[in-house]
Design a protein around this ligand. Sequence first.
Ligand code: XLS
Ligand code: CA
Ligand code: CA
Length: 454
Amino acid sequence: MSQTPTKRQKVITQIAKEEEFFPGIGRIQYKPDAGASEALVFRHYQAEEEVLGRTMQDWLRFSVCYWHSFRGVGSDPFGTGTIKRHWEDGTDSVENAKRRLRAAFEFFSKLGNKYWTFHDRDLAPEGRTLAETNANLDQVVALAAELQKTHGIKLLWATCNLFVHPRYMHGAATSCDAHVTTYAAAQVKKGLEVAKKLGAENFVFWGGREGYHSLLNTDVRAELDHLAAFYKMVIAYKEKIGYKGQLLIEPKAKEPTRHQYDYDAQTVMAFLHQYNLTKHFKLNIEPNHTTLAGHPYEHDVVFASAYGLLGSIDANTGSPDLGWDTDQFPMDVRSCTMVMKTVIDQGGIAPGGLNFDAKVRRESTELKDLFIAHIAAMDTFARGLKNAANIISEGVMAKALNTRYLSWNSGLGARIAGGEASLEECEKEILERGEPTPASGHQEHFEAMLNHYL
Ligand code: XLS
Ligand code: CA
Ligand code: CA
């Protein structure tokens, strides 16, 4: 083997000396009058600017996700990676994992977001045994703790990857093999310990393989009972170690399984009620998954919030014309306005946040594309926040909405809503009053009012 260092090794040695991973890019500045071609500036997001009595960063709580932005290589089912980061030495070593983490923290600091998220397996390589895997993880977690402190960055949420390893092919908590579920439980035990150590404000469960491909070989009731039993072990251990983070379940309709049990917000809420788990969990809503379920972008955000269960948001978008999970950066002002309207209406999203579970396109191969994507998405949400604040403070749309429901505020309407009325009373009323007067829904007016604020 040649002893001459390769070009990549030389770059790595250089980095070790200088430790600047994004040279030429400084802290991203606010420049509202920037021209259209200027990419590395915020035009709308200003962390300390107050909106409805709170700073933008308090409302928005942006988070960078580690798996897409620091583990993603641009591969897809039809092609291998297209994105090569200069700090990667091509190995799956702990040393490489640590260097990658230092690059990520430089990115967070320059971007100016305060939070990050990860899966356990994004951080450190799996070993041959669980003990070896945990030891690898411990090393990288120790560095993460240090970096969080020096850079003033916090962990929005941690999660366990219970879907990539072949052992989880039949599911993790819902596997047909109890041995596999036991492994998953052992992995989650460690995950909760790591979350506690790094002060994760939430802990997410996304059931990528918790679902089925064929009902012929699946006992759905047993699998869902096992899932609930799994969560009960999680709650017990969380309480035992005194981990205070909010537990979140992330709905997704399908992909990779044909049917995922956590189909959408309403399905997850029904599951939580069925198994008496509601007080321990909230929902992490990803709008890309909402559209996969066949709903409009903000549907699950609105439904979870309506029941006080909107815990956090994976701020991304899909291409609804495609029907699979493309995890794109959110760039649509209308959608972000609707999400932020719901967030303001419920009084904020903390301890959750807006996590960019999004990846740059595999054709966006330059380092600066990573910045541009996050900056543009943060700006889109900042615009959404300001629009939503205007909608709410002017109150015109709320007034129009209330007008539609006025009949429920008094008389028999109020008695029905309060659970005090009977079918006999309703019959009597109708015999006296006759047909309801048809009323317009004014949908186009509502749409025009929304456009007014965009
Ligand atoms: C995949 C999910 C996943 C979760 C975390 O579709 O979005 O990335 O957010 O496991
Ligand atoms: Ca997600
Ligand atoms: Ca997704």
